[in-house]
Design a protein around this ligand. Structure first.
Ligand SMILES: Cc1cc2nc3c(=O)[nH]c(=O)nc-3n(C[C@H](O)[C@H](O)[C@H](O)COP(=O)(O)OP(=O)(O)OC[C@H]3O[C@@H](n4cnc5c(N)ncnc54)[C@H](O)[C@@H]3O)c2cc1C
Length: 450
């Protein structure tokens, strides 16, 4: 059978938050045609397979796409649920992208045989029928899958589990039934936090929950995300020349929180909580800090730092998948390709929209890449300073490009760059540049490879 052939300006591989934000912004800023191809049955990427009670943890106004608000689109509003996020992306795909007549959407298709060239070509193979569509790409192939998010539903736990050991992935928590006597939550990232909060909100008393938390992490205070004039508050960091000092100042400013006041966090993964949620989490007293789990079997849980027996009637809830992988940065714009990556740590949607805007501008790729340096997602406590430093640096960098700046100021996603409108003032631009430079110096001076 001869494969169907379609010709487009852009092939976008992946219809997750990144691919959707890129496609939407490019649609509104250019006249290009696109094919959006995804293995999943619906747009939204990992949201299609995340645990049912997952919600956005950051503010909705820095998530989604440029052209349309998300449900609860304001700082401090209730957080969009998984169903709301999926419904939002479904509507964007149908009512904005496909309805434009310029976007072909191929769900349940795997992209293979990507060949560079002018034009480039690729094959999209249906995972349902096996039929292939030949895609001829006049301008660029856009990789919206590079960041490679994983959620527990996609993988087995990263430790051994003896056959019959009572370990369930977090997705199955809602199906358990039988009212287990005790729960042990494995993992202290965003998913682990969500699992603990969900159990508490169901009425499980804190003494029935054990929490295996290899490393405590700094948590972003949700009520401060996207707050006005944050750069003025952050100038206080100039008073500190060490990582510990600057981190302490962030805590004093209320920008970041820690679960246990007696424990210095060693990690930072952008997990975001409200003070109410933090109070709830603090009710769980049985927190195990013995490193990572190596194996769970009939003798108990074997961790890097020792073995703990399994209390009778316990169910282990696996929340150990790394949802925020760190990929090797690469140039965003290259000959015939775009590799979508975060330009602001953790903020994939505004980053992808900025990249689309840059693609639409009459610039060469060297200039585009200058305006789009990839940012690493954070991992250690030190990365807290890069998180704020990179935001300050991007404020300065992006406000130096009048066309990009004007667009950002008008975009709903620009709240990610708090204080953007204030960057028209050269003094404020100098302030954020100095702050970014200071935080960079602190990190270099206080070099601690651990
Ligand atoms: C549980 C969780 C909650 C999060 N909550 C927030 C939040 O509240 N706020 C926030 O800012 N960030 C949040 N993040 C972080 C980040 O913003 C999201 O993970 C974001 O949705 C990632 O989107 P993505 O498009 O980069 O990746 P994905 O969601 O993984 O999408 C990639 C898509 O590419 C497709 N694909 C890959 N390869 C191919 C191929 N060869 N052919 C066809 N299709 C392919 C996949 O099927 C997938 O649909 C969260 C992350 C997790 C894990």
């Amino acid at each position: 059978m001869t494969p169907e052939t379609i010709t487009v300006d852009y092939l976008i591989i992946g219809a997750g938050a990144t691919g959707m934000a890129f496609a939407d912004a490019l649609l509104s800023e250019s006249t290009g045609t696109m094919a959006v191809v995804d293995r999943n049955h619906a747009p939204g990427g990992h949201w299609t397979m995340s645990y049912p009670f997952v919600r956005l943890h950051g503010p909705s106004n820095v998530y989604g796409v440029h052209s349309r608000a998300m449900p609860s689109d304001s700082v401090g509003a209730s957080l969009a649920s998984r169903n709301e996020v999926l419904d939002y992306y479904d509507r964007i795909m149908r009512d904005v992208l496909v309805a434009s007549g310029r976007v072909t959407y191929l769900p349940m298709h795997d992209v293979a045989d990507v060949r560079a060239g002018r034009p480039a070509t690729a094959r999209a193979r249906s995972l349902v029928t096996g039929a292939t569509t030949q895609i001829v790409v006049r301008k660029r192939i856009v990789d919206a899958s590079y960041v490679n998010v994983t959620v527990p539903a996609m993988m087995r736990p990263g430790y051994d589990v003896e056959d019959g050991a009572p370990v369930v992935p977090v997705n199955r928590l809602v199906e358990l039934g039988g009212a287990p006597e005790r729960f042990t939550v494995v993992g202290a990232g965003k998913t682990g936090l969500d699992a603990c909060l969900w159990l508490l909100n169901q009425g499980v008393t804190p003494d029935r929950i054990r929490w295996i938390a290899p490393r405590d992490a700094w948590l972003v205070n949700r009520s401060h995300e996207g707050a006005e004039s944050q750069f003025r508050e952050l100038t206080r960091l100039h008073e500190h020349d060490s990582v510990d000092g600057a981190t302490g100042a962030l805590e004093e400013l209320g920008l970041v929180l820690r679960r246990d006041p007696a424990v210095t966090p060693g990690a930072f993964r952008c997990a975001t909580v409200s003070s109410t949620e933090l109070d709830q989490l603090r009710q769980i007293e049985d927190v195990v800090r013995l490193g990572r789990v190596r194996r769970i079997d009939s003798a108990g849980a074997h961790l890097e730092g020792g073995t703990i027996p399994t209390p009778h009637g316990t169910v282990y809830v696996d929340c150990s998948a790394d949802g925020l992988t760190q990929k090797q940065p690469r140039p965003v714009f290259d000959e015939g390709t775009i590799t979508l990556q975060p330009l602001l740590p953790c903020l994939v949607a505004p980053s992808a929209a900025v990249i689309a805007k840059l693609e639409s501008l009459d610039l060469d790729d060297a200039t585009r890449n200058h305006l789009a340096p990839p940012a690493q997602n954070p991992r250690t406590a030190r990365d807290l300073l890069s998180f704020y430093g990179t935001r300050m640096e991007r404020l300065h960098r992006w406000s130096s490009s009048p066309a990009l700046f004007e667009w950002l100021v008008g975009s709903r996603l620009s709240a990610a760059l708090f204080d953007l409108h204030e960057m028209a003032d050269p003094d404020n631009r100098a302030t954020v540049a100095a702050l970014a430079g200071h935080l960079d110096d602190v990190l270099k001076r206080d070099d601690d490879p651990a």
